[in-house]
Design a protein around this ligand. Structure first.
Ligand SMILES: [Zn+2]
Length: 216
């Protein structure tokens, strides 16, 4: 099971259209982490490289002995409300994994060659340089993908690619679906919908959606 956070608390930058629902309160964030800490097999990630990753996320993870992967945006490093280079190195030094979410938070599906190079190659190079180690985990901005994009990511040597498909993940699989926690979620709903056993009908429906995306 993979769960994904975006912003926690109050953003210190102008949000993108449609982004606000992905910001959650610190109290919901802490309650979800408490719930996750009691479950084996739940992996945590943070997208978008918000400053709250290091201000709220990191101490809460360390308090509970949890590890997470942080998918950061190379184009926002050091911008107001976003992580700076020192923050990324701090996350790495504290045992967290750093991945790439690209440069400018644009969908990766259907990119022309120049933008693809910027998003998939230059962004990863930039983040790798900051961390001082190879970055080979990616999270797809806005969750969009198709077969061509996945082929390109494989060709570029990404070890795992993380989506937002709200399906259960197979351990070790190259493509890792995730559940994003949103502001209207509650711990009891997550327990029922995400962390508990899944009805077969729902599992099959979600797998079918991913299968269709991979083929298109
Ligand atoms: Zn994102």
């Amino acid at each position: 099971m993979n769960i994904c956070f975006h912003g926690v608390g109050v953003p210190d930058r102008t949000l993108e259209p449609g982004e606000a629902p992905y910001w959650i309160s610190p109290s919901l964030f802490h309650a979800v982490l408490d719930e996750v800490a009691g479950h084996g097999g739940v992996r945590i990630s943070f997208d978008d490289g918000n400053a709250s990753d290091v201000e709220i996320g990191l101490p809460a993870l360390l308090d509970r002995g949890l590890q997470a992967t942080f998918f950061v945006l190379a184009g926002r490093l050091g911008a107001r409300g976003s992580l700076g280079e020192d923050d990324i190195r701090e996350l790495d030094a504290q045992g967290m994994v750093i991945g790439t979410h690209g440069m400018d938070h644009v969908p990766w599906r259907g990119l022309d060659d120049a933008v693809r190079d910027r998003e998939l190659v230059a962004a990863r190079d930039r983040i790798s340089t900051v961390v001082g180690r190879r970055v080979d985990e990616a999270a797809l901005p806005l969750g969009r993908y198709d077969r061509r994009l996945l082929g390109q990511l494989r060709g570029l040597g990404y070890a795992h690619v993380h989506t937002s498909d709200r399906a259960h993940a197979r351990p070790g699989a190259w493509l890792q679906p995730r559940f994003s926690v949103v502001g209207t979620d509650t711990v009891s709903r997550l327990r029922a919908d995400v962390l508990g056993p899944q009805p077969v009908r729902r599992r099959i429906g979600r797998s079918a959606v991913m299968f269709a995306k991979r083929l298109r």
